[in-house]
Design a protein around this ligand. Structure first.
Ligand code: TNX
Length: 637
């Protein structure tokens, strides 16, 4: 950067953290740590070669080219040797201070990106986000960026068990994750409602456990008794497909962390292999023994032992037995899993395990006695420790949901804190690594508007963009030593109510862009206004061009008093670049037949005995997609 700084000494100005450029606005998400704007631009053309010597650099250059071609119809040549003239130079430098950091210098005749392997890749992602098409000319503003992430773990979890997504759909998600500098995809591969990974030793997992006959319609509480759609649902990834996803992600600097749930969330497995459950099996059927037919809330759960893969949601009672048979099965499965996934971490679930079956199972009670365990919680810890030993022996580390704290944490476990931050805080205080995924701020299956009737069906909750953005992964209650155990953050996309790719994209975007800044930026540098009003709009316009079905967010509506007229002045700024706003003030529906917003306007004042007016509006994107209808009360001036 010094070179560039010296070159433009008179005209450069530097802004730390977020970027306020006077001549040109840049809209990189997540915002780089420091940006110095110059003047002028570099113009990309077919004759601009990329100089990439190392293999990593060439790989990243090839991906850059793919994107450039898809977005702008341009493919650049790559060269192994330096060339005269305008060039883009990728300098892989193993002693670059930060593992994932990079520096990016743009001059009018040269672009230089320096960093380690991952850093180079991220430098190229930033470069892609800087390209502006001005009447057919692809321009990059002169500037200098120094950048590195705040957190090493920047993840998104995708549940493919409640609903199955194809490898092409997952690749599209990985492309988008890489573009916004995420580096972990947590792949939730097993659930009560479906098993999704081919395991050679246990063919019934894909023949039986991967399919359910039918799925409930509507929300869990909509119909009692449940109404089923009568359509089989399922699917799985062959080991080759899973390996292909692992490679595809690795090229984009993303590690795929597989999750194999235990001891609960195992109904689909036990439907095929009841012998791994907590009860004796006769003639291929589990014997319920003395099991209670109602749970502690008085709800019936006798269908748990029906040996069908369930098509309804909620916490299920099926649970592996603490038996050599079950451990053997799980170790066989994990052996094949480790062969597919090079990830240091293997996630073993551990969440939401009702202990009813163990309480009534002779097999489980015998183990509790023999091992002198206090209760079923300690039995769960005993179970998980055994699995941890197996993973550690094979050079892997165990991650589990925060319930693995109950009954005692396995010695080397990393905790994913989902029921708020409590579990994460407790684990960090015990010297265990933690990943923050609190359901208060990072559950992307939650609603995006307070008025649920305006939104597609979600599981519940309310998680607007701003709330995601406000999250800070390191709780204040941790001291300096304990803070280092917080490896980073992750959002979870549970898919009970997300059966389509459009819906998946709608729930992920734009919230994933807010999360990208939570994960990459220092807390003090984040600024929601600047993010949402200065940078988000052009990224959303671009996402539409990339065929991403993001949720069109509410516009920024400012209502201020106009002193001269005594009326309210209404100013509407949409958060999608070049979109249009249509509005009504009479309380009737706003759509593309309504008033086109062309600039701030004065609102009428209703009579004293009349209700205040409501502004209804809809945002229409450049490609013609309409947002939901949004409403804002205009109080009396
Ligand atoms: C809780 S978060 C679960 C999931 C559900 C999710 C719905 C966690 C570890 N378990 O099984 O899908 O809530 O939001």
């Amino acid at each position: 950067m010094n070179k560039v700084l010296a070159l433009f000494a008179g005209i450069l100005f530097s802004v730390h953290g977020f970027v306020v450029a006077q001549q040109q606005k840049i809209s990189i998400i997540p915002a780089p740590k420091s940006v110095s704007m110059g003047s002028g631009h570099f113009e990309l053309s077919a004759g601009t070669p990329i100089i990439a010597v190392s293999e990593d650099a060439r790989k990243s250059a090839a991906l850059f080219n793919q994107f450039l071609h898809a977005r702008h119809g341009l493919t650049l040549k790559t060269s192994l040797i330096a060339l005269p003239g305008k060039t883009i130079v990728l300098e892989e430098s193993e002693n670059f201070a930060s593992e994932e950091g990079y520096s990016l210098e743009v001059e009018t005749d040269k672009i230089i990106i320096t960093g380690n392997k991952a850093g180079l890749f991220y430098g190229l992602q930033s470069l892609l986000q800087l390209i502006k098409n001005k009447d057919g000319s692809l321009q990059v503003p002169v500037l200098a960026i120094e950048d590195e992430p705040a957190f090493g773990y920047r993840g998104i979890m995708l549940d493919v068990s409640r609903h199955f997504f194809t490898t092409d759909q997952i690749k599209k998600m990985l492309d988008l994750m890489a573009y916004f500098k995420f580096n972990r995809m947590h792949w939730h591969l097993t659930e009560d409602q479906g098993w999704r990974l081919e395991i050679k030793k246990y063919p019934k997992l894909t023949q039986v456990s991967a399919w359910r006959d039918s799925t409930i319609i509507g929300q869990y509480y909509d119909f009692k008794p449940f109404i089923y759609d009568g359509k089989p649902h399922g699917g799985y990834y062959t080991q080759e497909e899973a390996k292909d996803i692992v490679r595809y992600a690795a090229d984009r600097q993303i590690t795929v962390i597989p999750e194999i749930e235990l001891p609960g969330h195992s109904s689909a497995v036990l439907a095929a292999y009841p012998e791994f459950g907590s009860f004796e099996v006769k003639d291929g059927k589990a014997l319920p023994g003395s099991i209670a037919a109602v749970n502690d809330k008085g709800e019936p759960h006798d269908n748990d032992l029906s040996q069908a893969v369930p098509g309804y949601w909620g916490v299920h009672y099926n649970i592996y037995g603490p038996t050599e048979k079950a451990y053997g099965f799980l170790e066989d499965v994990l052996t094949e899993v480790m062969d597919i996934f090079p990830s240091e971490y293997i996630h073993i679930g551990g969440d939401e395990v009702p202990k009813d079956h163990w309480m009534t199972s002779d097999i489980a009670q015998k183990v509790i006695k023999k091992e002198k365990l206090a209760d079923e919680h300690e039995l769960q810890s005993f179970f998980i420790r055994r699995i941890e030993k197996f993973l550690n022996k094979n050079g892997r580390k165990l991650i589990g949901w925060d319930e693995i704290l109950e009954g005692g944490l396995a010695p080397n476990a990393t905790v994913m804190s989902w029921r708020g931050e409590k579990g994460g805080i407790a684990a960090a205080k015990m010297g265990h690594d933690v990943i923050m995924t609190p359901n208060s701020h990072l559950y992307f299956d939650h609603y995006q508007a307070a008025d649920k009737t305006t939104e597609p069906l979600a599981i519940g909750g309310f998680l607007p963009l701003e709330k995601v953005y406000s999250y800070s992964p390191v709780p204040d209650t941790l001291n300096v030593d304990e803070r280092k155990y917080v490896l980073g953050v992750q959002a979870n996309l549970w898919t009970e109510y997300i059966p389509t790719i459009n819906k998946m994209e709608y729930f992920l975007f734009p919230r994933a862009l807010a999360l990208a800044e939570v994960a990459w930026m220092d807390r003090e540098e984040k600024n929601f206004e600047e993010f949402s009003q200065e940078r988000l709009p052009s990224r959303l316009k671009e996402l539409e061009e990339m065929d991403v079905f993001y949720r069109i967010p509410e516009a920024q509506v400012q209502i201020s008093k106009d002193e001269a007229s005594g009326r309210h002045l209404v100013n509407i700024v949409p958060l999608v670049a070049q979109s249009k706003v249509y509005y009504t003030l009479d309380g009737h529906k706003a759509d593309q037949t309504s008033n086109l917003y062309t600039g701030p306007f004065l609102a009428p004042i209703p009579g004293q005995d009349q209700d205040p007016l409501t502004l209804n509006y809809t945002v229409v994107t450049p490609k013609g997609r309409s947002s939901n209808q949004f409403s804002v009360e205009i109080n009396r001036p």
